[in-house]
Design a protein around this ligand. Structure first.
Ligand code: GLP
Length: 351
């Protein structure tokens, strides 16, 4: 299956994951934690970075998100017995995540795993196995798993918040209704995005380097957009929060630069930024509700929920990854080197 096939499966998987939440989190929600630490690499890290604020909001406790390399004994200076460390690895076999989880265990944390498959390496050291039931995703560049992992973290937070008495059963049901609305709306944004991609395919395929600029509420999605574009287009791509982009990055913009702005409507200076950057490059694309009257901009019917907009703004970017690399002779669903993780010893592989 290709990237687009997995994307189309996403809303159905989201609904299934929502339905399974009561059972999946039955044990972990009985425990009272005072701190949550989440770790993972690549897309798994971005899922956590994107969901951190939501988790902290509903749980009312500190939620820290670290890359595995950032976790050591000093991450747990205080008594860690009420800390839950959640390790995320969609393939379930990243040694970096596994070792960070081990460090947490030795420091006295409770450990939970969120892998995309049952019986994963990271499940071996976990007190709570919170599998992300997104189903198989063999494409190297993951899309479905990104949405489903964010959803799993969201449901984890909502389930614990309900159990801690921070939200009522009605509040929980209201959040679920919103999440389901996003699953229902997914394919509509998908179709609008597809049209935008086909209008811009050739120009995007000619991009030499790309900067993705997003606002703070979708910073995880901004980083993920950059990673996904880089993995599939195989050119230099970086992602920045709007303010951070303004602080220096613009210096490197020239006639070869492609800029993709994710405009959620939260930042008032998007138009000014476009005007200023237009002096240096013609390749500016805006994804949002209020784009310009140009085929370069995608004006889609985004729902713009404060937390759940994370299920919509990245859809067009992932579709660029699904449909543009072919014009450069790249199959985006197949990694450049299928043997890379074996060579680097970074994942536990079956063979
Ligand atoms: N190219 C992939 C990334 O897309 C992925 O996000 C990361 C983590 O993988 P996992 O979530 O299975 O630990 O590993 C890779 O190398």
């Amino acid at each position: 299956m290709n990237i687009e096939d997995y994307m189309k499966e996403t809303p159905v998987k989201m609904k299934e994951i929502i339905q399974g939440a009561d059972e999946l989190f039955a044990e972990v929600r009985k425990e009272k934690f005072s701190r949550i630490v989440v770790t993972g690499s690549g897309t798994s890290y971005h899922s956590a970075a994107q969901t951190k604020k939501l988790m902290q909001h509903f749980l009312g406790i500190y939620v820290d998100v670290f890359y595995p390399f950032q976790i050591d004994k000093e991450t747990f200076l205080d008594d860690a017995s009420k800390t839950l460390l959640i390790g995320i690895s969609q393939g379930g076999s990243s040694y970096s995540t596994y070792h960070a989880m081990k460090t947490g265990k030795e420091a006295g944390c409770s450990i939970a795993s969120m892998a995309g498959t049952e019986g994963a390496l990271i499940d071996e050291i976990s007190d709570y196995i919170l599998t992300v039931r997104c189903g198989e995703e063999t494409a190297g560049a993951k899309t479905k798993g990104f949405y489903c992992t964010k959803l799993n973290l969201t449901l984890f937070a909502l389930q614990l918040a309900k159990s801690y008495g921070r939200i009522s059963a009605e509040d929980y049901a209201a959040e679920i209704t919103q999440l389901e609305a996003y699953a229902d709306h997914f394919l509509a944004i998908y179709e609008q995005s597809l049209q935008w991609v086909s209008q811009n395919r050739e120009n995007l395929a000619a991009a030499k380097d790309i900067r993705v600029v997003g606002t703070k509420e979708i910073y995880g999605d901004t980083l993920e957009s950059a990673l996904k574009l880089l993995e599939t287009m195989r050119i230099p791509v970086t992602g920045y929060e709007f303010e951070e982009f303004v602080h220096g990055i613009y210096n490197a913009v020239n006639e070869d630069s492609t800029i993709i702005i994710l405009d959620t409507g939260e930042e008032g200076r998007v138009e000014t930024l476009i005007n200023v950057l237009s002096d240096w490059t013609d390749h500016i694309y805006v994804i949002g509700k209020n784009g310009r009257e140009t085929p370069k901009d995608l004006k889609a019917d985004f729902l713009n929920h404060p937390f759940y907009k994370t299920y919509e703004y990245i859809i067009p970017v992932q579709l660029v990854c699904a449909y543009v690399p072919q014009l450069k002779g790249i199959d985006p669903s197949t990694p450049k080197d299928k043997d890379f993780h074996r060579k680097l010893g970074s994942k536990k592989l079956d063979r």
